[in-house]
Design a protein around this ligand. Structure first.
Ligand SMILES: COC(=O)c1ccnc(N)c1
Length: 245
């Protein structure tokens, strides 16, 4: 059972976690998701959670006192792994998703505005693992959508969540045989659709040829769409493939 705590001023953003895979994992008791309204720990009449940045500049910064009270209350002295979504964080990737899927307890701190006062991360790093994590090189209005992305990527890796555990192994970027590779094209019935035929090898029933064709297509697509990943591929793999390109 993994426990997920999410602190946000927009907990309603997380309604989607009640549906589909994550919803089923919660029903099954694989995931224990707890949502918290940050403003519950802001005591002034306006429940203020932000203020102007020291040093000047645009936007607002979230106050350390409010976050400190919220995290203390939510963690009750325990030590979850704390994740703070931010554009300036370490890149979230399949490898980090796999790593986080192995954690018993995650705490997501959703920042809005220009971010959370940096002393909050400093304070909690003294007693738990704190990672600032980015889901890509673009800026959002708040961390909530990033948490939805991470929770879905992590949740589908938990035992019993995916119908077929094998599909997580074959995922694009998955550690092992798909490392630094994206998946190739997929097909289903009918065998011909508007004159477009499914590649014959996939109908051949020859598993060895199918596996080789899939790997070649994965390399081909990686070279085309993600040259920087293809550059990291074992040259022997590419070399064998290139002769066919
Ligand atoms: C406020 O949070 C963000 O804008 C954010 C969080 C995580 N990844 C990003 N690329 C942006």
């Amino acid at each position: 059972m993994m426990r997920l705590d999410i602190i946000s001023i927009f907990p309603e953003y997380f309604a989607p976690l009640d549906v589909s895979l994550i919803g089923k994992a919660r029903e099954r008791g694989t995931l224990d998701v707890r949502l918290h309204q940050l403003r519950d720990w802001a005591h002034d009449v306006h429940k203020t959670v932000d203020d102007t940045p020291y040093g000047g500049g645009p936007g607002m910064v979230m106050k350390p006192e409010v976050w400190g009270e919220a995290i203390d209350a939510v963690t009750e002295g325990g030590t979850p792994r704390m994740i703070v979504p931010t554009p300036s964080g370490r890149p979230f990737d399949q490898e980090l998703a796999q790593e986080l899927a192995g954690e018993p307890w995650l705490l997501f701190a959703c920042g809005r505005y220009e971010g959370i006062d940096s002393r909050v991360m400093q304070e909690y790093a003294t007693r738990m693992r704190v990672d600032e994590v980015s889901i890509g090189d673009y800026v959002l209005a708040g961390g909530e959508v990033a948490v939805l992305v991470m929770v879905e990527a992590i949740g589908r890796l938990l035992p019993g969540v995916l119908g077929n555990a094998q599909s997580a192994v074959d995922d694009s970027f998955a550690p092992g045989s798909m490392r630094n590779l994206v998946e190739g094209p997929v097909y289903t019935k009918p065998p011909v659709w508007r004159g477009h035929e499914v590649p014959a090898v996939l109908l051949s029933g020859h598993h060895g040829n199918v596996a080789r064709w899939r790997r070649d297509e994965a390399i081909r697509r990686t070279v085309r769409n993600r040259p920087e990943l293809a550059a990291a591929l074992d040259p022997a793999t590419l070399d064998k493939h290139d002769r066919k390109l």
